[in-house]
Design a binder for this molecule. Structure first.
Ligand code: NAD
Ligand code: DAU
Length: 335
């Protein structure tokens, strides 16, 4: 199988490339990534010389570049490439529409032109908007995105659906809850709080800290996508989540306790505009129809993750200091 992974130099994409090379050593994997601020080839260093792995630097919005890629005969596309950070989407929504909507449409068009066996759109529970204290997101929950990020992801999802209905493209959409684990860019809650706590810096908690997220270890997200590639019924949406709801304050306090740092580092700051209160996934369709079960429980997963960041301080220090960005600007040109 020839698998095109877009955004494979980011957090989940790079974990997915590692996972697929381990689980399916016979597959040929092409990773296409524009190497934005969030793309880091260091995540893939250990497999960069694998004979069945290739990296191509290109933007998914670039029709000519996508055409050249698909001419190689792609079987399956897994589209991770995205602008992924909600706070950045509040500062600058335009790039989110370009990559997450237009980029997805360019990929779909090229997939339609050359023919593929499956297009998996890696989406998010955030397209459903927010929950109150009760209930869960199912695949039937209406889309009600509240941030420019989630609105752009919903736009991408609707195009994927439309290419299935109109052109018969074989697709799946997966909607996962919050991931954590190795290689997550240190702007996201867990790695940000770990890196700041290690340096005894204040931990900025938005609002009252009681917003709830449903956390899943990244490898469990990868195993779910692997199942969807092989067993997902064409045109179907699958929610992915491990039923691990925690308030942000619980997460931050867990990190502080694990690192032996004082809770006095917690600093309540102005809330995120449009901040969704609670996400909670009902994964029944994935567990009952495809037989998926997550392997990691939150208590051990978060400990493992904290340990990983402690053992890879150089990885996140380089990103935070800008050394990494300077290097890649020189190596690959600015973007
Ligand atoms: P990330 O920001 O860590 O990585 C995104 C990757 O996409 C980077 O390598 C970046 O260089 C690349 N990219 C960005 N724009 C591009 C473009 N125009 N062309 C080619 N490559 C481009 O993101 P992540 O957290 O790994 O998320 C990956 C996907 O999973 C996204 O689609 C996101 O919406 C979705 N998702 C994330 C989570 C989560 O908790 N992080 C949960 C559910 C779904
Ligand atoms: O639910 C899936 C989504 O999870 C993905 O689609 C997104 O790509 C991913 O970024 C993530 O979005 P969130 O907004 O939930 O993640 P983030 O890490 O930015 O924030 C998690 C929670 O922590 C959220 O309620 C906001 C809060 N927060 C975040 C930061 C960065 C803080 O309180 N302080 C912070 O400094």
């Amino acid at each position: 199988m020839k698998l095109l992974v877009t955004g494979g130099a980011g957090f989940i994409g790079s974990n997915f490339v590692h996972y697929m090379l381990k689980e399916h050593p016979e597959y040929e994997i092409i990773n296409v990534d524009a190497l934005t601020y969030a793309g880091n080839l260091e995540n893939l260093k250990s497999i960069e010389s694998s004979p069945n792995y290739t990296f191509v630097k290109a933007d998914i919005q670039d029709k000519a570049a996508m055409d050249v890629l698909f001419q190689q005969g792609i079987d399956v596309v897994v589209n991770f490439a995205a602008e992924s950070h909600v706070d950045r989407s509040i500062l600058d929504p335009a790039i989110f529409v370009k990559t997450n909507v237009l980029g997805t449409q360019v990929l779909l068009d090229t997939a339609k032109k050359y023919g593929i066996t499956k297009f998996v759109q890696v989406s998010t529970d955030e397209v459903y908007g927010t929950l109150g204290l009760t209930g869960f997101f199912t695949e039937e929950t209406p889309l009600a995105p509240n941030s420019p990020y989630s609105a752009s992801k919903a736009g991408g999802d609707l195009l994927v659906r439309a290419y299935h209905e109109t052109f018969g493209l074989p697709v799946n959409i997966t909607r996962c809850s919050n991931n954590y684990g190795p290689y997550q860019f240190p702007e996201k809650l867990i790695p940000l709080m770990i890196s700041r706590a290690v340096n005894d810096q204040p931990l900025p908690v938005y609002g009252d800290g009681l917003n709830i997220r449903d956390w899943l270890y990244v490898e469990d997200h990868c195993s779910a996508i692997d199942l969807v590639i092989h067993q997902g019924a064409s045109g179907e949406v699958y929610n992915i989540g491990g039923s691990n709801e925690r308030t942000n304050l619980q997460i931050v306090k867990t990190i502080l306790a694990e690192l032996g740092k004082p809770e006095s580092l917690i600093t309540f700051v102005q809330d995120r505009p449009g901040h969704d209160r609670r996400y909670g996934i009902d994964p029944t369709k994935l567990t009952s129809e495809l037989g998926w079960t997550p392997k990691h429980n939150f208590e051990s997963g978060i400990k493992e993750t904290i340990r990983w960041y402690l053992e890879h301080q150089e990885w996140w220090s380089r990103i935070q200091s800008g050394v990494y960005q300077e290097y890649y600007k020189k190596q690959y040109g600015a973007r």
